[in-house]
Write a protein that binds this ligand. Structure first.
Ligand code: PHE
Length: 338
């Protein structure tokens, strides 16, 4: 019995010094665990005279209940104090007026969204294609065989035999024509890659491809579509001019110029005094490309165009160097926030 009293005071003393839940747990094990103090007390019961055993056993059990209760009480108090501490510390002061700064869409995203919405309003569907592309879709299906000199116009990053980083979103033309029967009206925005780098060329840049395949499509349809886009992007007086050009996948092919949005066509530094700005390549889909994709070129024809989104964004927002677009300088990007 004297032992019981001793253990009780020792427990209480130790309990009063406990400061963490872990310490409480250790204390519990020390007194109530398998080889704890109370268990050894109970083991000693066999050495007592038989008549004392029930009282002794009851006392030990009572002690166990007291310990249990004290431990629970203290641990609940510790948990409550911890919660209170976190509530105080993590309190959100909603009256604080310094808000997170607003983000802004990237100028290329702004231009892409604007061009895509215009095309969507004319019934085009928006598709995306792979940036790691096969030589077949990027070149061969578009009437550019292995030894074709037109490959020199697009300095290509080859990854492995027959695999490359696409140099043009035109690769998506054949992918789509293979699976969709005409009428087709699609646009494909995305990144393209060429081994080129200076103030107006970046090894990665963005294009939007447009493709229409149907019966009786004309160059006039192409011009009308481009005039609609140009007038919405750069103002209603913007004029569109076609110059003869060459792309293996279009015939005839054109280079498309717009009247300079900076000087209205009078001539300035942006248009290098010409009054015109070159913005895209286009043409009537070469019948060979249609046939490569299983479309009967005696029944169907079409037009295609490919424009550089970065270039459009640079003209629209007066960005002097294409590298600004890829540097992610916050001072530059912030200007496009509302
Ligand atoms: N893919 C061409 C380029 O990157 C642009 C183009 C697209 C030309 C579609 C004609 C038709 O230069």
């Amino acid at each position: 019995m004297a032992n019981i009293q001793e253990i009780k005071s020792a427990f209480e003393k130790e309990l009063s010094t406990c400061q963490t839940l872990a310490q409480l747990q250790d204390l519990k094990v020390k007194y109530m665990g398998k080889s704890g103090e109370l268990t050894s007390l109970l083991k000693g019961i066999k050495d007592l005279p038989a008549e004392e055993r029930p009282t002794f056993g009851a006392k030990v059990n009572e002690l166990r209940n007291i310990f249990e209760e004290k431990l629970n009480y203290k641990s609940a108090a510790m948990k409550a104090a911890e919660l209170q501490r976190r509530i105080n510390e993590e309190k959100v002061d909603i009256s604080l007026c310094e808000m997170q700064p607003w983000g802004a869409l990237h100028p290329v995203t702004l231009a892409k969204n604007e061009i895509c919405s215009l095309l969507i309003s004319m019934g085009f569907e928006v598709l995306e294609g792979p940036e790691i592309e096969t030589d077949y879709y990027n070149f061969q299906s578009l009437n550019i065989p292995y030894d074709h000199p037109a490959r020199d116009m697009q300095d290509t990053f080859y990854l492995a035999d027959g695999i490359l980083l696409r140099t043009q979103t035109s690769a998506m033309q054949s992918r789509h024509m293979e699976v969709k029967k005409p009428p087709i009206k699609m646009v494909c925005p995305g990144k393209v890659y060429r081994s080129d780098s200076d103030a107006s060329h970046s090894p990665v840049f963005h294009q939007i491809e447009g493709l229409v395949v149907d019966k009786n499509v004309t160059l006039c349809d192409l011009k009308g579509t481009l005039e609609y886009i140009a007038s919405h992007l750069f103002g209603k007086d913007t004029k569109v001019r076609f110059r003869p050009s060459f792309f293996p996948f279009t015939e005839p092919s054109v280079e498309v110029d717009l009247t300079c949005c900076n000087c209205g066509g009078k001539g300035c530094s942006l248009c290098k005094g010409t009054g015109w700005i070159e913005v895209l390549g286009a043409g009537m889909v070469n019948p060979k490309v249609l046939e490569n994709c299983g479309i009967d070129s005696s029944e169907y024809n079409g037009y295609a165009f490919g424009m550089g989104i970065d270039r459009i964004a640079m003209i629209k927002y007066g960005i002097p160097d294409i590298r600004l677009i890829f540097e992610n300088d916050q001072r530059f990007l912030k200007q496009f926030g509302k």
